[in-house]
Design a protein around this ligand. Structure first.
Ligand code: NAP
Length: 276
């Protein structure tokens, strides 16, 4: 699996696994845990979660599912904006660590921008780094101007911005992804297969047919074609996990990219960053 270096120097696989809605339905937990572990064996060792998911239930599920595997995993969680102040952030982090049954997070993200001043959040995150509770920190759902504000607030160490980005939602290509490149902030593309709603026909299918691949693999390979971008598809089904893992080996050529550009045109102007 190809890896990407964060500004901290840490290498992480470009293809990981999301966990939104995982562990919420008791009847599905076992199959979901097996799918997740299979994904780790296939190299998708970057695991993304959040205290918000199932109000802690998904982190608890992960704590069980990752038993014995923690050292192989690059573990990411996200803090609610209302918990991102100097008093609440350390407590929220501790609660996530307890549920995840670990002593540190590899990356901790502010889930979206809220009312707590960014400078206060940055200070609290840096204190968690110094305390060894988190290895690195970043943000999520930050648009270009938010990143400017973050930089002004002393957030030069921000390693990642997790954003909605996929072949059907190319808005960030206009100015956000270039701004992140300039600041050394890696992109973590969420909902990279548009929450399972990708068209099964048209350009994605045509490009897939040329490679003996699937439209979902083409969509993931498209997202990963840009340096500095990783993707975290969520798949509770083993077959989906196996299909997604193979996308890391799919290289799209100029003809493929032209066909995808025609069907999913790149942005010609700024559009505000969308959120799901
Ligand atoms: P997604 O990964 O684009 O799509 C997940 C859906 O697609 C699931 O229903 C899954 O089905 C299906 N799927 C996955 N692989 C497939 C394949 N090869 N063929 C057909 N269907 C497939 O959407 P997401 O869950 O919204 O985003 C991924 C992760 O990003 C989340 O889980 C979460 O960790 C993170 N996220 C972050 C934010 C944020 O605000 N920071 C927002 C949204 C998401 P099965 O589960 O049945 O396999």
């Amino acid at each position: 699996m190809r890896a990407l270096a964060l500004r901290t120097g840490t290498l992480i696989p470009v293809l990981g696994q999301g966990t939104w809605r995982m562990g919420e339905a008791p009847a599905a937990r076992r199959a979901e845990a097996e799918a997740l572990r299979a994904g780790i064996d296939l190299g998708m060792t970057l695991i993304d979660t959040a205290e918000m998911y199932g109000e802690g239930e998904t982190e608890t599920f992960l704590g069980e599912a990752l038993a014995g595997l923690r050292r192989r995993v690059f573990l990411v969680s996200k803090v609610y904006p209302h918990n991102a102040g100097r008093a609440r952030l350390p407590r929220a982090c501790e609660a996530s660590l307890r549920r995840l049954r670990t002593d540190h997070l590899d990356l901790y993200l502010l889930h979206w921008r809220g009312d707590v001043p960014l400078g206060e959040t940055v200070e609290a995150l840096e204190a968690l780094v110094r305390a060894g509770k988190i290895r690195a920190w970043g943000v999520s759902n930050f648009d270009t101007e938010d990143l400017d504000d973050l930089a002004e607030a002393g957030g030069a160490a921000c390693a990642v911005n997790q954003i909605l980005y996929n072949v059907t939602r190319r808005g960030p290509e206009f100015d956000l992804l270039p701004a992140m490149d300039a600041r050394g902030i890696a992109a973590m593309a969420y909902s990279p297969v548009e929450q399972g709603r990708l068209p099964g026909d048209g350009a994605l299918a045509a490009v897939a047919a040329r490679h003996g691949a699937t439209p979902y693999q083409v969509a993931l390979a498209f997202t990963l074609r840009r340096p500095g971008v990783m993707a975290i598809p969520k798949a509770g089904r083993l077959a989906h996990v196996q299909e997604n893992a193979r996308a890391a080996d799919l290289a799209l050529d100029a003809e493929d990219l032209a066909a995808l550009d025609a069907a999913f045109p790149p942005p010609r102007r700024k559009t505000p960053l969308a959120m799901l």
